[in-house]
Design a protein around this ligand. Structure first.
Ligand SMILES: C/C=C/C(=O)SCCNC(=O)CCNC(=O)[C@H](O)C(C)(C)COP(=O)(O)OP(=O)(O)OC[C@H]1O[C@@H](n2cnc3c(N)ncnc32)[C@H](O)[C@@H]1OP(=O)(O)O
Length: 696
């Protein structure tokens, strides 16, 4: 099987990669490349060689579908292909369009010249898969873009438009016209002028100032990505480009690459890469389902959530009409959106022109009648069924046939909401996470009657606005919040057993969570949860179980906004300070229940909290609320700060061993009646622990 084609155009051999969708550097492609390059070199009718991909992708890098298979290490490996390219006696020009990433860029760096389309996207994103560029990228990139830029690109995986790299030695020419034609013309020029065959490996790197740059980068990385090894290995490899010979550096890079390839971190990050893509495929929804068109969106509610939701669409050029009950609320909402854009502009991420373009796509209204021409309406109003009823009745009245009616509810029953309309098949849940313009997760809630094309359209739209969509069935809290409740309860149980809130936060932060649960609670505010608990207690006094958070709230401590919550805060400062008042509240709470505190290790805290996620996740899977275990990982990683290098709770459980997880849960359950009530093992989890079959 060949993954490339060969033709001769005007004495230039054109080798075109043919491995859709993104020309991953498969074994077949690598082999075809070497065969065709040899053919071109031997042909006296050929003066030069151009290698190219498609408009979508020069190459997305190593073929990730070959990871974990023997093919990935089968010769010729990419490093050898690059060596072949570099040593050809005729000029080799890479014609770059679309994405040129990872191994794709490493290959292009083996060519003698590179011509790119201005919009081509260039980068070495291996670190995002827990890897480093293992085919010379760490040695060649610094030679063409300089140490500092290369370090940043390689340790963060940043992708840069070709236009922005036009003044570096990475690109010889950047064009707005057809890149293959331009590369062929360029190759002919090289031949006509008898220009030298430039090899990136021959470029000297000056060690001057390198130490300072490397030390600063190391310090930043050590304080940044907690627990991740790949970024630091990337740095080690780049450092070798300065202080070792090219060949020694290449050998060292290979050593580090192989270490990372077999690391649990890379396994976890590669798992998430496939999981995020799998989550967008729904077994009973055909891939070729005709999508509904969404060219205008209506958003109801101009608060933080509605404003954030609107920004997602404005960002990709979709006009939004924002609806509120009062003009002042609209004015406030619009001002907040503008301020957010202006802050982004101040950080240099968008231009003033883009701010105005986006704001020009935003209109406002006080009347539902202005929703007559929108293709999708999303409500982000108060979480109350009566309010939702009023909103959806109005939407049903005004919206055109075929439009999609979406709710951003995080707790309410979507089937009931759909029942407020005469078209439940057009109703879906689009659950954004706050801040909605930033957070990547989008839970798409499929109601009993949601039409397949509404689901497919919502997934496609989610991808278009840069979200990670995951489909959830209807249940209280859907996938993410339902798991969050279990996680928080597990943290509270650890606290009752003897751990302090700050010990719990630290243990989970050391595990890799961005923030522990009590710091998150202080940031989000404790009053909303308290109000919900009070309402539930009034409605059903027998089921009410007091929690420490009630006592914290009774003391008027609602988190950062009141200067005190689980921690205290100095005015204008967000650094949490351990507060003896809280320690007293916790102590009294334990005493009232006759609990004698004991030493709880950090490991036990992590096990309790993470296994609570796993157990609830397994129940969610068992009930069919989530379609796959990996969907749960995507939710928890993108919505709740689960450490990426651990691959999500379900993947992590698999790594620990399901048998070990179930054993630990049973030991927690044996501690008391209350613990036994909480730790009811999911039968599905138990079955898989027994059979040793992975949860899928
Ligand atoms: C020694 C060398 C090591 C390496 O080179 S390691 C690999 C380095 N490369 C990367 O890390 C790039 C990974 N891929 C991406 O970042 C993105 O993807 C792209 C930017 C290439 C494309 O993004 P978008 O246009 O949003 O599409 P999409 O849904 O992410 O991907 C479309 C389809 O392309 C498959 N795919 C993506 N990259 C690769 C690859 N490198 N090898 C094989 N397939 C790939 C996906 O899985 C998916 O497939 P489906 O349509 O079936 O879901």
């Amino acid at each position: 099987m060949s993954h490339a084609t060969y033709e001769i155009k005007d004495r230039v051999a054109l080798i075109t990669f043919q491995n859709p969708p993104v020309n991953g550097m498969s074994y077949a492609l690598r082999k075809s490349l070497v065969v065709f390059v040899d053919q071109a070199e031997a042909d006296s009718g050929v003066d030069a060689i151009v290698i190219t991909g498609s408009a979508r992708a020069f190459s997305g890098g190593a073929d990730v579908t070959e990871f974990g298979t023997p093919k990935v290490l089968q010769q010729p490996i990419l490093r050898v292909v690059i060596e072949v390219l570099e040593n050809v006696t005729k000029p080799v020009v890479a014609a770059i369009d679309g994405v040129c990433l990872g191994g794709g860029l490493e290959l292009a760096l083996g060519a003698h010249y590179r011509v790119a389309a201005a919009h081509a996207q260039i980068g070495l994103p291996e670190v995002k898969l827990g890897l480093l560029p293992g085919a010379g990228g760490t040695q060649r990139l610094p030679r063409v873009v300089g140490l500092e830029k290369a370090l940043h690109m390689i340790t963060t995986g940043q992708i840069i438009k070709a236009k922005a790299l036009a003044d570096t030695a990475l690109l010889d020419k950047v064009v707005e016209t057809d890149v293959v034609d331009a590369a062929i013309a360029f190759a002919k020029e090289v031949v006509a002028q008898n220009l030298p065959l430039k090899r990136v490996r021959d470029i000297e790197i000056s060690p001057e100032g390198a130490r300072e740059i490397l030390d600063a980068a190391r310090e930043k990385l050590e304080n940044g990505k907690k627990g991740q090894i790949a970024p630091l290995k990337c740095l080690d490899a780049v450092q070798a480009s300065v202080f070792m010979s090219f060949d020694e550096g290449l050998k060292y890079e290979r050593e580090l690459f192989l270490q990372l390839m077999s690391s649990p971190e890379s396994a976890a990050m590669r798992h998430i890469f496939s999981a995020e893509r799998a989550a967008t495929k729904i077994p009973d929804v055909p891939a070729d389902t005709l999508l509904r068109k969404v060219e205008k969106v209506g958003v109801i509610g101009a608060g933080t959530m509605g404003g954030g939701i609107s920004m997602n669409f404005l960002n990709v050029g979709i006009p939004v009409v924002l609806l509120e009950q009062k003009q002042e609320a609209l004015d406030r909402g619009v001002a907040t959106i503008r301020r957010n854009y202006e802050n982004t502009m101040k950080k240099g991420r968008i231009t003033a022109e883009q701010v105005e373009e986006r704001m020009a796509l935003l209109s406002t209204t006080l009347s539902y009648d202005d929703f007559a021409d929108v293709d999708l309406a999303i409500e982000a109003v108060f979480e109350n069924m009566d309010v939702k009823k009023a909103v959806f009745s109005e939407l049903d009245r005004v919206m055109k046939k075929g439009a999609i009616l979406a709710s951003n509810t995080s707790t309410l029953d979507l089937n009931v909401i759909a029942g407020f309309t005469s078209r439940p098949e057009d109703v879906i849940g689009l659950h954004f996470f706050s801040p909605a313009n930033v957070m990547k997760l989008l839970e798409i809630v499929r109601g009993e009657k949601t039409a397949k094309d509404v689901l497919a359209t919502s997934i496609a739209l989610g991808k278009k606005i840069g979200k990670k969509p995951v489909v959830s069935g209807v249940c209280d809290g859907f996938i993410g919040n339902r798991m969050l409740y279990a996680y928080r309860d597990a943290a509270d149980n650890a606290m009752l057993a003897g751990a302090s809130p700050s010990q719990i936060d630290k243990a989970l932060e050391n595990f890799g969570f961005a923030m522990g649960p009590y710091r998150v609670a202080d940031l989000a505010g404790l009053d909303i949860g308290w109000a919900v608990r009070k309402r539930r207690a009034e409605a059903n006094p027998e089921a009410y179980v007091p929690v420490v958070a009630d006592r914290i709230c009774e003391a008027g401590r609602f988190g950062q906004k009141t200067g005190a919550g689980w921690y205290k805060y100095e005015a204008g400062n967000r650094t949490p300070i351990v507060d003896p008042v809280v320690e007293n509240i916790v102590r009294e709470f334990r005493e009232a229940r006759g609990i004698t505190p004991r030493e709880v290790s950090d490991q036990e805290i992590v096990n309790r909290c993470v296994y609570a996620l796993v157990n609830e996740g397994a129940k969610i899977l068992e009930e069919g609320i989530a379609l796959r275990a990996s969907d749960i990982d995507v939710v928890y990683l993108n919505g709740y700060g689960f450490p990426a290098h651990r691959g999500g709770p379900m993947h992590y459980a698999q790594q620990v061993g399901l048998f070990n997880v179930v054993r630990a849960i049973k030991r927690f359950a044996a501690a008391s009646e209350a613990e036994a009530r909480f730790w009811q093992v999911s039968p599905l989890l138990e079955k898989h622990a027994e059979s040793n079959e992975p949860l899928k």
